[in-house]
Design a protein around this ligand. Sequence first.
Ligand code: FES
Length: 575
Amino acid sequence: MTSGLRKGLTSYGDAGFSLFLRKVFIKAAGYSDDALDRPIVGITDTASDFNPCHGNAPQLIEAVKRGVMLAGALPMTFPTISIHESFAHPTSMVLRNLMAMDTEEMIRAQPMDAVVLIGGCDKTMPAQMMAAISADIPAVVLPVGPMVVGHHRGEVLGACTDCRRLWGEHRGGRIDAAEMEEIAGRLAPSVGTCMVMGTASTIGAMAEALGLALPGAASAPAVHADRLRIAEASGRAAAEMAKRHRPRPSEIVTAAAIRNAMAVLQATGGSTNGLVHLAAIAGRAGIELDYAAFDRMGRDVPVLVDLKPSGAHYMEHFHHAGGVPRLMREIADAMDLSRPIVGGGTLADAVAAAPDHPTNVVRTRADPVSATGSMAILTGNLAPRGAVIKQSAASERLMSHRGRAVVFENIEDMAARIDAPDLDVAADDVLILRNAGPVGAPGMPEAGYLPIPRKLAQAGVKDMVRVSDARMSGTAFGTIVLHVVPEAAVGGPLALVRTGDTIVLDVAARRIDMLVDEAELAARRAAWTPPPPRAGEQRGYARLYREQVLQADEGCDFRVLTADPDASARKDAAR
Ligand code: FES
């Protein structure tokens, strides 16, 4: 097998010349022949001034390089696009697949025997794992790590569960604008990813459970020395894998590994976004994410990680408690711990090395944060292919609820009317947002956390049932039904609901329905027309996205990027 500099030569019709030319140019960077004879470990550089979550990437790269060289290989960094949640328009989810394409093709195009993928901010690690699976060269995932906690007037704060909670207090008139400015400087006190069990933390935990990241990689804070040691070890692991050309992601990401990630997702109280990304990751490996199996697992695997938004603590506390390996010990009966991890050994080895001192951050099955898993899958005439509710962050009193629909046609309509004093809405109504799915918005923005209408918020209402085809931030909370499939913009039944219809949510029965008879629904369906493409969607990446994006249950990947695009098309045609 060719390796190092000889790998993937540029095509000039003369392999000897291609290698000669490559050497001519790389020698301009001052490399010796000894260095150029080594296996090469590529390292993605996702540092960007627009991505403060990745602010420690330069230090991590240095540590990874050290590890690679200590193991006798040659590290070479290369840039890929980087996406920050708050700096991506219209939403980072639209760009995840672009980052996955960029990363996959740069791994494939450049001569590397293994790759270390440095990511963290929500969509970046999913994009990188999708890319690594498709490129299928040995790969180690290295999260940038979570921020340390913030403090404000004696209270411990975390991005961004407390961003949303405090913004809700501000909307309700209980925190003034001056204090909000003060709080803005305290919610994210260091580089790194959001330090609650939001999307970034959830994806990191799943990367460990999949076996693609080293033990502790999800939880060590971004600014701790542990993070740099894990980076060095990731470089070493990648160098060893580069020499052996294995294990490849296809050996790591199997159906059993996906089930392990599902179990960890349920037990962490993790982000609903994690489910979308896991479906996309599985799809790259040719594995269909089984919603029914995920739901069954949620009945069996309780939430054990006591972190916000489902619990009380933050990622640094999770790390000190033993992180993902310790959690896996508690749910070992639901996992296949014989699965390998990239640094060598198995998940069982990582579990055996985890600490066992007393902790209230990783609970036991006898004393869970929540007796059931984080999420439940609902179906019904409102969501024939499924919808998701994060039951661990929902209000118990609303888990079985019947209410009048108050429908918002799209995000713009919701923004224009939600706070109107004359909005006809009551606390027990069900807020519906549609045309906010993968195609409709586009990119399934995190708009599923519809704000409580201002007049109700001011009256002290803290939660209502909300239903949409959008996503929700992993840091958010509330009785919120998300990811309705099929989405309204492609003709899903969510498009047919009208204000005044009765909506029934029954989480115990796993149902979400609208009480509208079939004849009436058929008439509404006949009158429905799809929303036209938006301005800017006629060309370029936006058009590619609109034409290719799959629904939430398939991970919102592009059909052509899945392991078998033709099989995916046949399956959809049969639906
Ligand atoms: Fe980057 Fe939360 S905004 S991880």
